[in-house]
Ligand binder design. Sequence first.
Ligand code: RTP
Length: 147
Amino acid sequence: MEQTFVMIKPDGVQRGLVGEIICRFEKKGFTLKGLKLQSVERAFAEKHYADLSSKPFFNGLVEYIISGPVVAMVWEGKNVVTTGRKIIGATNPSDSAPGTIRGDFAVEIGRNVIHGSDAVESARKEIALWFPEGVAEWQSSLHSVDL
Ligand code: RTP
C-alpha cells in the first residue's frame, strides 16, 4: 500500500492546526502509520531539503523549519502521494484553492503550514530519513483489496 510523508511545519504547529490537518487526512480515509512531534537540527533540515540547496530561498526555508517543533507523519492509502498533495494544495497559498489546507490556512509561500512528498520515490526517501525506526505495521480494514 502506498505511503507518503507529511510534515506540519512550525507555523502550523504554533497556530494550533495539528488536529485540523490530521482530521482532513483521517476523514478522507487515509491511515495514520507514524506520528511524532520533533524539533529538527539545521543539518537535518538541510538534508530534507537538499534538492533545493541551490535555490535563493534555501537558507530562509531552513531557518523556518528549525524555528519550532514540527509534526512528522506517515499516511497510507491508495494514491496517497497525489491525493495528499491535492488535500494540501498548491505550494504558493495565493494559488491554492479554497478547501485545501494551504488554501484555507495560509497566505505566504514562506509560511505555508505543511509539506507533503511530491512522488512515491521521494516519499520513500523522506520516510526513511524521518522514521529510521520504522512505522506502525497495522492495516486498516477500511481499505479494499485490489481487484
Ligand atoms: P513542500 O516540499 O514544503 O511540500 O513544498 P512543495 O513541494 O510544494 O514546494 P517546493 O518547491 O519543494 O518548495 C519547498 C518549500 O520551500 C518554500 N518556498 N519558498 N520564497 C519562495 O519563493 C519559496 N518557494 C518555495 C515553501 O515553504 C515550499 O513549501
